[in-house]
Design a binder for this molecule. Sequence first.
Ligand SMILES: Cc1ncc(C[n+]2csc(CCOP(=O)(O)OP(=O)(O)O)c2C)c(N)n1
Ligand SMILES: [Mg+2]
Length: 539
Amino acid sequence: MQRIEGHGGELALAALRAYGVREMFTLSGGHVFPLYDAAHRNDFPIYDVRHEQSAVFAAEAVAKLQRRPGLAVLTAGPGVTNGISGLTSAYFNASPVLVLGGRAPAFRWGSGSLQEMDHLPLVAPVTKHAETVFSTDDIPRAVNAALTTALTPHRGPVFLDFPLETVFSVTDADLPAPPGIAPVEPDPDEVARAARLVAAAERPVIIAGSDVYAGDATAALREAAEALQVPVFTNGMGRGSLPPEHPLAFAKARRAALSGADVVVVVGTPLDFRLNFGDFGDAKVVHVVDAPSQRAGHVQPAAAPAGDLRLILSALADHPGDRVDHAGWIADLRAAEDAAKARDAEEMAAETDPIRPARVYGELRKVLARDAITIGDGGDFVSYAGRYLEPAQPGTWLDPGPYGCLGTGMGYAMGARVSHPDRQICVLMGDGAAGFSLMDVESLVRQKLPVVIVVGNNGIWGLEKHPMRAMYGYDVAADLQPELRYDQVVTALGGAGETVAKSADLGPALQRAFDAGVPYLVNVITDPADAYPRSSNLA
Ligand SMILES: Cc1ncc(C[n+]2csc(CCOP(=O)(O)OP(=O)(O)O)c2C)c(N)n1
Ligand SMILES: [Mg+2]
């Protein structure tokens, strides 16, 4: 325990630093000036944005990619309320984000100060912990405790706000050391039951999700898959857990796998709409979760070990008993996978004009490095990205997750660029999605954070227009201006870009984008008739 002195901002910063927080994302407001003062005088980087939701999304990208806390500082009232979609996304994604909010003074609460409102009832349902810190010398404790909560599985966002006088006052206080988070031991009987089910299965499948990456369990996942010879599919941040060339890595044969499997092992992701709510026909379900709170209430899995994912997966790998040979099953799935890959390859080479989204991804795959970070923000255009891009390593794919919030684009891009200054950062954006965050290109330009933005410009809210037409025979509120020059928006904001309408021009345009060194938008005019094929077209 160390004794420190300063105003509330300095006390908060000392606690944040002790926990490995390395930057803040914010949009200015007087209520939080002491946090800026502390950062400014201690060489702590401040990145500012044009809408608070971008600040929270940027913090979330840091948290997701680097598996450490991401910090957003939001001013009182509208600053906080503008950040709520970001907080909610972080809650759905189990991302360890800390939002520090300003707050009207406590000493005259009720007298009608500017932006006087209690944030807690708004943020409590979408955070693991939300608290107002009323005493300056309590700030280091509160920050330390909040970050511990955020990082303890099942992870998630936390919120603190500081009344004006709390953060502006000077005092001395204890600075607690971060406690270290002990791995939670799973129940060995439950793990053994899971291992026996997988080992005895004829046609098992593993689906690995975001908590596998968040829990640093990708190596253990690979060990378990190899030891038990189980094909692996992934979603969310789990993508890239196995390199695409690994004999057990699968992506396209999902339908064959899930309809043919007799045991489905879902690791580190909820049994939600993305996984047919955990209903895989006759297959038994093993649900491996990082905390008991994550066990599904709507499904009765055959086994559901809860605890540190590394420990559970290593225990599966070490299963001492006999196991069924899965070579035939794996070969069948490989044949389905290869056939689907061949079809995809044809689509990705399509010479059509107007351009089909598949071709955009065909060209992107030629220029993306293995460690490139790809970010999806949009509807159908992003569904195509999920299908045609194959992340080669973990921690390189950012999608919005099950909250499905449009508008993550520039915030995630900022967090990714700050996390990985030397990698390619590529945002795949619908033209509709572009409307939510494109103004934050200004923030990226001004703070010298180059990224590439590829817009799939179909002139519509595609993922809504096509289903609405299918349902009603007409559509409303689903059109955008066709062929709008989103590249000129970026140019006006100090970046650069170009519009591409012919397939043959895509490759050179993408090359220019990655060479540009400033935010660069490739505005690809795509075919509005192109609808992403899905069994249920509602999202
Ligand atoms: C904040 C928010 N508002 C609305 C939606 C509903 N929604 C989901 S996809 C979509 C259409 C996206 O259109 P666009 O970004 O142009 O991508 P496209 O489907 O055309 O490829 C909409 C409006 C949402 N998911 N999030
Ligand atoms: Mg669109």
